[in-house]
Design a protein around this ligand. Structure first.
Ligand code: GLN
Length: 291
């Protein structure tokens, strides 16, 4: 009979070439928690607990997939973001903790304005993590979300159902928005668009570059702000006067993104670092009426 301790030792030995020790510990905890239905506290406190044969087989199957470098969130088909559950699959980016900080910033900005109603548009919604967490916290707001990928939109819609919120999902390519398409003006436009360049790609872990959707990640080396330009142009006409624009950004292009927004006439531009001290998000105010 195998014990929890045996599983930890096995995972540690076999995954050491792919992940560091802390990551292996976190992954193993997550997998045992899911398959054996034991709390993380129990797993840690009682390492001699025996594992049923059937569960051991499941753990071995997951382990075979982990060895390929496939992220554990895709193997389990789920993750958590901003305290809410989300379904994930390779059609969507796995939600990142730095994006939670962007959501936090947007919520704090609304809170300080004291308005309980309005509308929000999330551009390139992917799993829907930003849209769903905003709607959960701002139930009086109408939340809409667009994405180029039909599969991503299906996943995002499943996450709206999972979290019991009503969100309007629309299939659009923000780089080619047709002028006849009318999207109602929003008080907030928010986006975590693709921003990884070919250079950044060479620095990234292969379990990101080999498994996560390239259309959600990469931009041409010679036009890294491609999506920021398109979204800023769209926001000029689709944000209300004094409406807020929130971006997650590439840490290497903080000043360039601020400059871009300045040149397009946005005001009150703020650049913020994430918890790792990297330039990671920008907020800007639409000064015009967009007419
Ligand atoms: N932050 C993500 C990463 O490092 C990239 C997200 C994006 O391109 N929007 O993998």
């Amino acid at each position: 009979m195998k014990t929890i301790k045996d599983v930890f030792e096995n995972y540690k030995r076999m995954l050491k070439d792919i992940y560091d020790a802390n990551e292996i510990e976190a992954i193993t905890l997550l997998v045992i928690n899911e398959i054996c239905n034991l709390s993380k506290a129990k797993i840690k406190a009682f390492p001699e607990t025996e594992i049923l044969l059937e569960q051991n087989n499941e753990l071995n199957n997951i382990f075979e997939e982990l060895k390929t470098g496939k992220p554990v969130q895709y193997i389990l088909g789920k993750t958590e973001f901003y305290g809410f559950p989300f379904n994930v699959n390779p059609s969507v980016l796995i939600p990142r903790p730095e994006t939670e900080e962007l959501v936090e910033w947007a919520l704090a900005s609304v809170g300080s304005r004291q308005s309980a109603v309005g509308s929000i548009l999330d551009i390139g919604t992917g799993s829907g993590c930003i849209a769903v967490s905003l709607k959960k916290n701002l139930p009086g707001y109408k939340v809409s979300a667009i994405d180029i990928s039909g599969e991503a939109l299906q996943t995002a819609a499943s996450n709206a159902v999972l979290n019991n919120v009503d969100i309007e999902f629309i299939k659009h390519d923000i780089l080619n928005i047709k002028s006849e398409i009318k999207i109602p003006k929003s008080e907030i436009i928010i986006s975590n668009p693709p921003y990884v360049t070919l250079y950044d790609k060479t620095q990234m872990h292969t379990n990101v570059t080999d498994f996560e959707p390239h259309s959600a990640l990469f931009v041409p080396e010679n036009d890294p702000l491609l999506f920021y330009k398109a979204i800023a142009n769209f926001a000029i006409t689709n944000l209300t006067q004094n409406g807020l624009l929130f971006f997650e950004i590439n840490e290497s292009y903080g000043n360039e993104t601020v400059e871009l927004l300045k040149n397009k006439g946005f005001k009150g531009i703020e650049l913020r670092k994430d918890m790792s001290g990297r330039d990671r998000m920008v907020k800007a105010v639409n000064s015009g009426s967009g007419e």
